[in-house]
Design a protein around this ligand. Structure first.
Ligand code: BGC
Length: 747
């Protein structure tokens, strides 16, 4: 291949496909979203926000739900079912799973991610990937890395210290890469400590490939390419979507000048070629794909992922002979998936009302079941929630129902925690998350005890938003990771803040007892018994409580878990083996500080039993000079900017965009404040969007935030419009009107 073709090969052909080169026997390959089911767009209109039509595919429960199953095997089955559908629809790579950490409950995209805990997220993703790829279809682990807010998601700078980066934000990727071996990893839009992920050699080569042994290809998130020269050097292989020839001439010039080694491009070419040819082999053979069986799997997953949060007087399961009132619009129209690139056109859709039978009036009912949650316009890719509240009318409906009927149960549909000031007024709460296309059948089976809830929360539910450590500074233009490693339960435990429901919490229709804990070297054993009257499954969680007298550490951290199914009266011994990483901190490498580590096990965070203590005469990890008396030693509330800067070891310099100095990294939204041209551009974008979507919908807001909020270079890549257009309006926005016109008119 000549150099120009090589560069071209490392950019897609169009929105979803790679370029074919028939003269070299290279076909094109189709990619599509996503993590919870396929979104294959075959029509003329393509988008990366799930707005235009896609082929029907099974809509599985979203990661917010599947994570609550804590069941690696089950999550693996979703991976392999999606891969079967991918093979059936001619897709070589599908874009998921997403393992970004749920740093703050308001992130609009939390529903697509697994957990606030890196170990849980990593293990589930690894199993998803391994099973999805077992017949050769590839996955794309995303969004690498530190893309934890939707505000400015296409350009923000994630600023954090190395320990937090390693222990919290990179760990899920590390586990998923080492164990799952994804064929591709998707680099995120944002910068990390000033360097765009696409250009980040430390991230994409030194850590991902060097340390973790990744052998696959790095693809950009759609429109995330920053500097094609730097990105070739960094090990970012494929620029998507294609069609813009982004920076092609500049790359040619850089090679000619000797600034970029052609070998860097060759390496990426080889990776793209390998991926495409492997997919061609796999897709050659027609395999069977049973969409009915996948619907059944979606139901089972929804059942196994539901979390029973409250069950006073065993109000659930409902009895056949009881008269039930089914209340709330979500009975007929449940929220079952999130908005954005993961949006699926389901093969079927079963709402609770379709299968629950008739409802009696509110007054005659033995039990009232209210279906409530977050409407789709509240949470979506593209923007963050403004608060943690449910719509006022839904709260009112729950409270009014509970006032009329003391036996009220709430079935909740939402992709992230909400404030539940009504929780004490109802007897039962069943959390369904976003349960996918078979959610209605799953709800029926759970309510009537055909299925027994066995999910545990994969994230903490605070009482109110202001309890979150990052509440006062999330989200910002630059993402300031001030709370460091104290994310989710790591913070609430250490700060001793009462929460509504803890990470790892979930009830069952049966009871489990723990006995005979043993610690033998680094082997932990514990016996679990089903002491109730019906079969059930229990998630056994193992936490390590590290010493608190050295370098600051969380009170306890999840290090192992498993799910066991038990008949009434049945007991099983569960065993876990620990390794060095269970005790480690990041301090210029993984190190085990010496001291006594308590091992805790159990099915509910409040009832853990002690299995013993492991004594480590490991290394001396120095207490940082700034630690004594700091927020990190004794966290309460939000850390201040100064406290964070002291921990970070440097001053934080906020980004400012300035007229005269605008670049292709600036967005229409930001520049419009200073530029008439950009105000006009904004109105044009708004007009185009409002032609196809209604204002006040999640879709409208997502489209507006994503297009007007895209750096100009991302708009160039995604739209395929010529560079000179963007350079022209950029010059105008910078006050160089004539120069802008000249650029626009240039042939
Ligand atoms: C999202 C990715 C998605 C891609 C393609 C991007 O906007 O961040 O998660 O895979 O679009 O749809």
């Amino acid at each position: 291949m000549e150099l120009k073709s090589k560069i071209a090969f490392c950019e897609g052909k169009n929105f979803w496909e790679t370029k074919e080169f028939p003269q070299y026997g290279i076909p094109s390959m189709f990619m599509c979203d996503g993590p919870h089911g396929l979104r294959k767009q075959e029509g003329v209109n393509k988008d990366y926000l799930g707005v235009n039509d896609s082929r029907p595919a099974t809509c599985f429960p979203a990661a917010v739900s599947t994570a609550c199953s804590w069941d690696v095997e089950l999550v693996g089955k979703i991976g392999s079912a999606i891969a079967e559908e991918a093979a059936d629809q001619g897709v070589g790579i599908f874009l998921g799973p997403g393992v970004n950490i749920k740093r703050n409950p308001l992130c609009g995209r939390n529903f697509e991610y697994f957990s606030e805990d890196p170990y849980l997220a990593g293990k589930l993703a690894a199993s998803f990937i391994k099973n999805a790829q077992k017949n050769g279809i590839g996955t794309s682990l995303k969004h690498f890395a530190c893309n934890n807010q939707e505000f400015k998601r296409l350009s923000s700078d994630s600023i954090l210290d190395e320990r937090t980066l390693r222990e919290i934000y990179l760990t899920p990727f590390e586990i998923a890469v080492r164990e799952g071996k994804p064929k591709t990893v998707m680099c995120a839009y944002n910068k990390i400590n000033g360097v765009y992920c696409s250009d980040n050699k430390e991230l994409l080569t030194n850590i991902l490939r060097g340390e973790w042994g990744f052998e696959g290809l790095v693809v950009t998130d759609w429109g995330a390419m920053h500097d094609r020269i730097a990105s070739f050097k960094a090990g970012c292989d494929l620029n998507m979507p294609g069609g813009s020839n982004y920076m092609e001439q500049k790359v040619l010039d850089a090679v000619a000048r000797g600034e970029l080694d052609e070998a860097d491009i060759d390496r990426s070419v080889q990776r793209v070629k390998k991926m495409v040819l492997e997919a061609q082999q796999v897709l050659k053979n027609k395999t069977c794909c049973d969409y009915d069986a996948h619907h059944e799997l979606a139901r089972i997953v929804a059942e196994q992922s539901a979390v029973l949060l409250k069950n006073v007087d065993n109000i659930l399961p409902l009895k056949k002979e009881q008269k039930i009132a089914f209340v709330g619009d979500m009975a007929k129209d449940m929220r079952y998936q999130g908005a954005g690139s993961s949006h699926i056109n389901p093969t079927r859709l079963v709402h609770p009302a379709d299968v629950l039978g008739s409802s009696v009036s509110v007054e005659q009912a033995d039990v009232a079941v209210v279906f409530a949650g977050l409407p789709s316009e509240y949470e979506s890719e593209g923007f963050d929630r403004e608060n943690m509240k449910m719509p006022q009318e839904q709260v009112k409906l729950i409270e009014e129902t509970a006032a009329k009927n003391p036996n009220t149960v709430v079935v909740l549909f939402c992709g992230a925690p909400v404030e539940t000031p009504w929780a004490d007024k109802v007897k039962g709460i069943l959390y369904m998350g976003l349960p996918g296309q078979a959610g209605g059948e799953a709800v029926r089976n759970l309510l009537y005890g055909v299925a027994n809830p066995s999910g545990k929360l994969a994230e903490t539910w605070p009482i109110q938003y202001s309890d979150c450590p990052s509440a006062t500074y999330y989200p910002q233009w630059d993402a300031q990771y001030r709370e460091g490693i104290y994310v989710g339960y790591r913070y609430y435990d250490k700060a001793d803040v009462r929460v509504r429901w803890k990470f790892g919490f979930g009830l069952s229709y049966t009871d489990f007892a723990y006995s005979n804990p043993q610690l033998d070297g680094e082997m932990v054993r514990v016996t679990v018994t089903n002491t109730g009257n019906c079969p059930g499954a229990e998630v056994v969680q193992l936490y390590v409580a590290p010493p608190q007298d050295g370098i600051h550490r969380p009170v306890r951290e999840l290090k192992r878990f498993t799910k066991v199914h038990l008949e009434p009266g049945e007991s099983k011994e569960v065993s876990f083996s620990l390794d060095e990483r269970c005790f480690s901190v990041w301090d210029n490498g993984w190190k085990v500080p010496s001291g006594s580590y308590t091992i805790l096990a159990g099915g509910n965070p409040d009832k853990l039993i002690v299995a013993g203590a492991v004594e480590k005469s490991g290394e001396v990890v120095k207490i940082p000079d700034w630690q004594p008396g700091s927020w990190y030693e004794n966290p309460k509330g939000s850390p201040s900017l100064e406290q964070w800067e002291t921990m970070l070891g440097r001053k934080y310099v906020p980004y400012t965009s300035q007229k005269g100095k605008f670049t292709m990294n600036d967005t229409v939204t930001d520049m419009k404040r200073h530029s008439l041209v950009m105000r006009i551009m904004y109105l044009v974008v708004k007009r185009i969007i409002s032609k196809g979507t209604k204002p006040d919908t999640a879709e409208y807001r997502m489209l507006l935030e994503t297009s007007a909020g895209s750096p100009l270079r991302s708009l160039q890549i995604s739209s395929g419009i010529k560079e000179k257009f963007f350079k022209g309006i950029l010059a105008m926005a910078n006050g160089e009107f004539i120069q802008g016109i000249r650029i626009l008119l240039k042939k």
